[in-house]
Design a protein. Structure first.
Lengths: 363, 486
């Protein structure tokens, strides 16, 4: 049993998915999230156990809608998808084969599926020239913080003329050729994770990673109808960001080394207070953005509030207060009740000035 | 956001209550605003689910779509909404006033004002407009004749909301954030319930306690347009099924009423809070712009104007962009000159300074560049403790006289010398009061309330080939009118 298994307890480990990796990459300084994810701990259940259930969820209507749109695009051997690929990639695909790797010979074992994914992709890459091939639900692996994780397969890998494209199906609408910027950005970040993982697989098989295109095909409903439309999304920028941030992630080993011996986050064996104490031994880096992406966010926010951290006001506010970590310190510097440390002299002077003109203007 | 508002946020945390970031109200508030709280079905692009709407706090009107996937029911909902909104909106067109200008013209004395809870409400209003303005009362899939008219008005209002300083369609969380800094992050301020909890916590509670309590989706359901996922799964889903088996929308109505009524109360609480602030000096002038636009739109629709196309042509897009920028520049300047607290943000940034006049050379006359005769160009020396980051030659304005142009001559230590260039009367010496006097406290900023000039652009017919050539004038097609809405 590894130390990560001890941390998790007897529960089965959770898979990573593109969303969790994208979220991790957005906040690379958060040891807590990195460790919980690496150990495959169910953050949702943990947060609930600690008394801070996640502030978000998915509506059954949204899930139904996403599933029905996904089914529509893939119906009849991906007929819709092939038509869209012909149009957006400007390809003359006469016919295409379709293989689903969601279970292999009745087994949904990760190792088996991943091996099958590798074998299929390698064979296609080595001899599959010309004909289009679609691989649904490929199970990819990715090294995150020095730890191998499986990626939940929510995409299709498509090969044509020797090049592989990632196809992502999303159910948010594109209205008059415009989609919600936030949702497109999230989709681009997630697709980049798959491109990254696919390239890593190619590299490890001795194939040219550049055969995986940085142009991702995003399939969405058009206008107010259920009719799909496809767009090419260049994710080079997201890939570069992901690469940089994954390499900056603290090595899990380093975090593990700093933990007390024998510690566990097992929620079955511990009371909420004990579990909270255990979780608190790992540092978090809270930002309000976590509230929409991390299940632990409310727990970390309460912690930030208790310690009067400027993190709870948002990153902009924290920066504008000169990076001073605590609110009492910032206010203390402003009203001269606290002596600045040498590196705080400049910000202290500014805060004193801000306080003076603020008081003057309010009065 | 600025260091001032961040400081105010920190103060809010310390005192347990939101802190002011404005001393006067910068948005117009109608005597009879219409509050509109729309809800949509999760996962769909623009499927209305319900709305609570009305001008009387004691008497909201609840509209629901008992099965949001049914397009006939959706359009029936839009027709009902038109029934509430159109009489309100069109009612303002009846009373007009004559505006004294070079060519006097008629303008509506008042205009409609729609208040929604948050930015999502504005975006959804725009989508509702987009999905209904092309519809027709005849042909396949006919809708009630009022539906496309409402679509045009919602489109108009949502477009006005893009202009800085317009009060035609206001997201109340944003209006509140203009005036108060809470002890939470800007992202959390998009939640009307927690934002109000910080600004006006209930008796016996402080801001953070009240905000925490206001995060409970049972007591403070989301202000829309998205509903809470748990509500969807545990209540709404069953209620919709009940409607499908019984044909009675009662259960859906009741469920949605519980989701909307708490927000309704919060909306009017926010209106009362904002009304409690004295109105800023230029609010009226900006509202006059909204009334101008409303008058123009009324006339355009009366002429049978087509619905706005899906995309702008090149020239109209460029004009719109220039106007948006100019509106923003004017608004920023006006807000700062109206409100010393807003001005502090510019002072901290070094783009404005305030101080006491220590010397005035009122009789100075020079020959201005490009002129032949000497003219009065007084010099005023101001002592300031602000960190001025302006360079000589920079053109400045002041709230003393917002039209008067001045420029920086020199900055040495805490002394700034400025030269006054106009607005001093026709005499050989400056008119009394046109130049600040020694001992006066003044504030100058590089903010131009004039808004700048719109660049000269060709007319639509002369659009150059680089921009696609002259666009075909937009005429609604049958296809637009029959667009699928699933």
């Amino acid at each position: 049993m590894t130390r990560l298994d001890t941390l998790r307890g007897p529960a089965a480990p959770l898979d990573h998915n593109a969303r969790t990796i994208a979220a991790l990459a957005v906040n690379p300084g958060c040891d807590r999230r990195a460790l919980l994810d690496a150990a495959g701990i169910d953050k949702q259940r943990t947060a609930t156990h600690l008394g801070y259930p996640a502030p978000f969820g998915q509506s059954p209507f949204a899930i139904t809608r996403a599933a029905s749109f996904d089914a529509l695009v893939k119906a009849n051997g991906c007929a819709h998808l092939l038509r869209l690929l012909r149009d957006t990639l400007d390809l003359s695909i006469s016919e295409a084969s379709y293989s689903d790797i969601s279970d292999v010979g009745g087994s949904d074992n990760h190792q088996v599926r991943h091996t099958r994914t590798r074998a299929l992709l390698k064979r296609a890459a080595s001899d599959g020239e010309g004909a289009g091939t679609l691989f649904d639900h490929p199970l990819l692996k990715l090294g995150v913080a020095g730890h191998q994780v499986y990626l939940e397969p929510a995409i299709i890998a498509f090969q044509i003329e020797g090049r592989f494209h990632v196809v992502e199906i999303k159910s948010f609408a594109v209205i008059d050729d415009q989609a919600d910027a936030g949702q497109v950005a999230a989709a681009a970040r997630q697709s980049a994770v798959y491109v990254y993982a696919l390239r890593a697989l190619f590299a490890s098989e001795g194939l040219d990673p550049d055969r995986v295109s940085h142009d991702v095909v995003l399939v969405c409903p058009k206008d107010f109808a259920n009719h799909p439309t496809a767009t090419l999304l260049d994710v080079r920028q997201q890939l570069a960001a992901l690469d940089r941030q994954l390499s900056r992630l603290t090595r899990i080993d380093r975090i593990l080394d700093e933990l007390p011996v024998g510690i566990t986050f097992d929620i079955e064996a511990q009371s909420p207070d004990e579990a909270a104490k255990a979780v608190s031994t790992v540092d978090a880096r809270f930002a309000p953005e976590c509230l929409s992406s991390c299940e632990m966010a409310l727990f970390c926010r309460a912690e930030a509030r208790d310690s009067g951290s400027t993190d709870m006001l948002g990153r902009t506010a924290r920066d504008e207060l000169g990076g001073v970590e605590s609110i009492p310190t910032a206010l203390g510097l402003a009203d001269d009740s606290r002596l600045p440390s040498p590196e705080q002299t400049e910000i202290a002077e500014q805060l004193r000035y801000v306080r003076r003109i603020y008081i003057e203007a309010v009065a | 956001m600025s260091v001032i508002s961040s400081y105010a946020r920190a103060l809010a945390v310390q005192t347990g209550r939101a802190q002011p970031v404005a001393t006067v109200r910068h948005v117009h508030l109608s005597a009879t605003p219409m509050v509109f709280i729309p809800l949509k079905l999760a996962g769909e692009a623009a499927a209305p689910l319900a709305a609570l709407v009305g001008t009387d706090p004691a008497n909201p009107r609840l509209l629901v779509v008992p099965q949001p996937r049914n397009r006939d029911l959706r359009f029936a909902f839009m027709a009902e909404l038109a029934d509430v909104m159109l009489p309100y909106i069109e009612g303002f067109a009846a009373v007009t006033e004559t505006v004294e200008a070079k060519t006097p013209y008629e303008r509506s004395s008042d205009a409609p004002q729609l208040l929604v809870p948050n930015r999502g409400g504005v975006a959804f209003t725009k989508l509702l407009g987009r999905s209904t303005r092309f519809r027709r009362a005849d042909g396949p899939y006919p809708v009630h004749p009022s539906v496309p008219v409402l679509g045009q008005w919602l489109t108009f209002l949502a477009e006005r909301a893009e202009y800085a300083g317009s009060s035609a369609l206001v997201a109340l969380t944003e209006a509140l954030a203009l005036h108060w800094a809470t002890g939470q992050s800007p992202m959390e301020d998009a939640n009307l319930a927690t934002q109000l909890a910080w600004i006006a916590p209930p008796e016996g509670q402080n801001g953070p306690e009240a905000a925490l309590a206001a995060e409970d989706p049972l007591t403070s359901p989301p202000a829309g347009p998205e509903t809470h996922p748990d509500f969807d799964g545990q209540v709404l889903d069953h209620a919709i099924r009940a409607y499908e088996s019984s044909g009675s929308p009662a259960q859906v109505r009741e469920a949605l009423r519980t989701q909307l009524e708490p927000t309704w109360a919060l909306m009017w609480q926010a209106v009362r809070l904002l009304r409690g602030l004295p109105e800023a000096a230029t609010v009226d002038a900006r509202w006059a712009k909204d009334r101008d636009q409303f008058t123009r739109e009324t006339a355009r629709l009366a002429d049978g104007g087509f619905p706005r196309g899906r995309v702008d042509g090149a020239v109209s897009a460029a004009i719109r962009l220039a106007d948006l920028e100019s509106a923003l520049q004017t608004y920023e300047a006006q807000r700062a000159f109206d409100d010393p607290l807003v001005m502090t943000e510019h002072r901290v940034a070094g783009k404005a300074f305030s101080g006491e006049v220590v010397a005035v050379d009122a009789t100075r006359r020079i020959v201005p560049p490009g002129k032949t005769r000497p003219a009065p160009r007084p010099l005023v020396t101001i002592r300031t403790s602000d960190p001025v980051r302006l360079s000589p030659g920079k053109r400045l304005f002041s709230s003393r006289n917002r039209k008067q142009k001045t420029e920086i001559v020199s900055i040495a230590g805490d002394l700034v010398v400025i030269q006054i260039n106009d607005q001093m009367g026709r005499g050989s010496t400056p008119a009394p009061g046109s130049v600040p006097e020694v001992g006066e406290i003044v504030c100058y900023a590089e903010l131009d309330p004039g808004g700048g000039q719109r660049p000269r652009l060709p007319s639509g017919e002369d659009t150059p080939w680089t921009h696609g050539g002259p666009p075909a004038p937009y005429v609604p097609t049958d296809e637009d009118a029959q667009e699928a809405w699933s």
